[in-house]
Design a protein around this ligand. Structure first.
Ligand SMILES: O=C(O)CCC(=O)C(=O)O
Ligand SMILES: [Fe+2]
Length: 360
């Protein structure tokens, strides 16, 4: 991993560990050392895949639609909202909370399952797990291209993600001898719970530079993803509708390392990055580690009128998937998951219960 220092701050900038697609797709190439370097206990929890056929065009197609979606008339965006799924399908703006507790109006998101439009029609399930069992909402007349572009990129990220998952399973099975878990490939390939998120970070205007603040997490707060594996594209920046390079070298994705250092992480626009989610960290007994991350907004005059579009695919187990929680779990010890068997849906509910409880 190469390392340099970001000009404005003393935070180091690290390049992700990169695997060429030609190696990733081969089942008999041993990638354990790369997986360990990226996702293992001393890795950053992120790695990137380069030269994925077709990726660059699909990324560009979808990310270019993000500002167009965000600038649709408010009444059209309202029709694309779904409060019954807690805004986990369709358009979501100002519904999530920032670290400060204030509503997040800095970005808009569009959520959909790129693999299945209607994962279930069972009302009981829809009510119990609204964020997984809801249905897609597409802007059929206002932006018909969105559905095609979203599904195409989402499917590609899933296919490549399953290849990453295969090599993760190989790495984990070498270390975890009594692993009862089914492995990431098995868990992810049959899931109806994958969720794509098209993100649009609204531009700052000259006089409201203070809005996002100076902090590291000015655009997206510190968090770890909840599911198994997250695919991420490199963000696309525009000023007044014209694509530009990121105007501030300090802006972008930041990660907190295992030793509590904060680093800025970069990868190429033609690379597809993957991060580990909390569920995988727990199930792999810590062989694969989840990563706290956040996004810093660009600052200063150069950031004026600059927007940012990106896409994340959260690969998650099915709500019905039984998970065997091993003894060594480091995360959420207070939920007493060790040696228990819960479905992913039940586990998510337990976790939400914990958060709501601790917030009240
Ligand atoms: O905007 C980004 O680059 C990351 C977004 C993210 O971390 C998330 O949606 O979970
Ligand atoms: Fe995230």
């Amino acid at each position: 991993m190469s390392c340099s220092s970001s000009s404005e701050t003393s935070v180091p900038t690290l390049r992700t560990v990169t695997i060429p697609y030609s190696e990733l797709k081969e089942k008999d190439v041993d990638l354990s050392s790369k997986i360990e370097e990226g996702f293992g206990p001393n890795g950053l929890g992120i790695l990137s895949i380069k030269d994925v056929p077709g990726f660059s065009a699909l990324r560009r197609n979808l990310l270019n639609l993000s500002p167009r979606l965000a600038s649709l008339p408010e009444e059209i965006k309202k029709e694309l909202e779904d409060p019954s799924t807690r805004y986990n399908f369709g358009w979501s703006h100002g519904k999530e909370k920032l670290e400060s507790g204030k509503p997040d109006v800095l970005k808009g998101s569009y959520y959909a399952n790129p693999i299945i439009d209607v994962p279930t029609t069972d009302e009981h399930l829809i009510q119990r797990y609204p964020s997984y069992c809801g249905s897609n909402i597409w802007p059929d007349s206002a932006l018909p291209e969105l559905e095609v572009a979203f599904k195409a990129l989402g499917k590609l990220i899933l296919d490549v993600g399953l290849m990453v998952a295969y090599h993760c399973d190989q790495y984990v099975s070498k270390g975890m001898k009594d692993n009862e878990d089914e492995g990431l490939v098995k868990i992810l390939s049959s899931s109806r719970c994958h969720k794509g998120r098209l993100l649009y970070y609204f531009p700052a205007h000259q006089n409201d530079g203070s809005k996002g603040g100076d902090s590291m997490s000015s655009w997206c707060g510190w968090h770890t993803d909840h599911g198994s594996l997250t695919g991420l594209t490199c963000a696309l920046f525009k000023r007044d509708g014209v694509e530009i390079p990121c105007p501030d070298s300090a802006a972008g994705l930041y990660i907190r390392t295992r030793t509590d250092q904060i680093v800025k992480v970069v990868y190429g626009e033609d690379e597809l990055a993957y991060q580990i989610g909390e569920t995988t960290e727990i199930l792999s007994g810590g062989y694969l580690c989840a990563t706290p991350h956040c996004v810093r907004a660009p600052k200063g005059a150069a950031a004026s009128n600059v927007d940012r579009s990106t896409f994340a695919l959260f690969m998650q187990p099915d709500w019905d998937q039984k998970l065997n929680f091993p003894e060594e779990a480091r995360l959420h010890k207070e939920l007493k998951l060790a040696n228990s068997c819960l479905t992913f849906g039940e586990y998510t509910e337990k976790l939400l219960g914990k958060y709501y409880h601790s917030r009240s």
